[in-house]
Design a protein around this ligand. Sequence first.
Ligand SMILES: Nc1nc2c(ncn2[C@@H]2O[C@H](COP(=O)(O)OP(=O)(O)OP(=O)(O)O)[C@@H](O)[C@H]2O)c(=O)[nH]1
Ligand SMILES: [Mg+2]
Ligand SMILES: [Zn+2]
Length: 382
Amino acid sequence: MKKHHKFSIIKSTSNSTSSPSADSSASRAANFITNRDQSSESLTRLGWRSFFAQQVAGENITELKFAKVMACHRNQFELETSTNTLTLPITNQMADITIGDWLVLNDDNSFRQRLERLSLFSRKAPGSKVQTQLIAANVDTVFIVSSLNKDFNLSRIERYLALANEAEVTPVFVLTKADLCDDTQVYIKQILGIAPLAMVETVNALARESVQPLYAYCALGQTVAVMGSSGVGKSTLINSLIGAQAQLTSNIREDDSKGRHTTTGRTLHQLNSGGLLLDTPGMRELQLADCEQGVADTFEEIISLARQCRFADCHHQSEPGCAVQTALTNGELEYRRLASYQKLLREQALNTASLAQKRAKDRNLTKFHRSIQDGARRLKGK
Ligand SMILES: Nc1nc2c(ncn2[C@@H]2O[C@H](COP(=O)(O)OP(=O)(O)OP(=O)(O)O)[C@@H](O)[C@H]2O)c(=O)[nH]1
Ligand SMILES: [Mg+2]
Ligand SMILES: [Zn+2]
């Protein structure tokens, strides 16, 4: 029997308090249209698009309930529909649901299905676990946040950029702590050196007026994920954009620029501008997996140099006719950048291979269990 997972309503966001009178069909119809208009507008605010509606084409869309995953807690998801905030206990069946996902609910608010995604961020789970960890779904733009101090690290930025490119999400580089930095141009130039067409914004994340230019990316229905190392000011930035202390922030000692993880969960915040902002915890260990295209897109110039090498299988070390080595010698390519590319490429290949191996092993194990069950059934049947 299909299990239904009940939701509990924890907040009503609907303004309407009175229900239509039972004896007036005219008022019921009018109310219905009003409700529908209101609900489509609320869904748009949550990032609803025709891409999602198309997935339920053929069904009576007005009879379906759509819910967006707004927060992931240990045991439950927080969902937002056009009218309510609900909680959904997490079960094994929901292992592949993440923040930003769109769900279809049954009439009784139980879980029915997850809709296909516009985009997905994932990484290899931290530590020795051989597992993919989903970070966020249906994101339009990612703010790659770095602070303008000695923590600024191009190779770490390239890692986030590879993740954004793999997910085909627009990256915007947000450089925080501009108020503590004497020369922001030095850092901007470094970013443009690795991504010539990049959008770069420098801000004092503590000051509301300073973060104003970022609203351009947070228009109605747009979802922006805020990513970056711990202590760079992601939550501070979000609080300034929201205009409230929605996220806890930490105090770090500016002398050693060290931050502790302050944000531990992932939450989507609704902005007055109509956009959604996603705070993520600083990822100490952002290991790439299934990210070959993302890495290739991040290091395009190296890929095109490699195409000019004499040998197709050139390792760009001491082979004759190596265009990559020539570029290094000419100063057209930095050693740091080549090393960063090779590191990410190797890392993602290793992780992808071990994940594929694990999936194959799991599949074989499932087949093995099934064959044992089938055997037992056959014996019983005899
Ligand atoms: N002066 C200055 N301080 C900032 C700025 N942005 C953040 N801070 C400070 O940096 C510290 C860390 O900020 P958080 O917003 O907690 O950092 P976070 O990126 O959310 O960190 P995690 O949640 O641990 O990933 C806090 O003390 C902030 O006040 C800025 O632009 N200027
Ligand atoms: Mg935080
Ligand atoms: Zn080469």
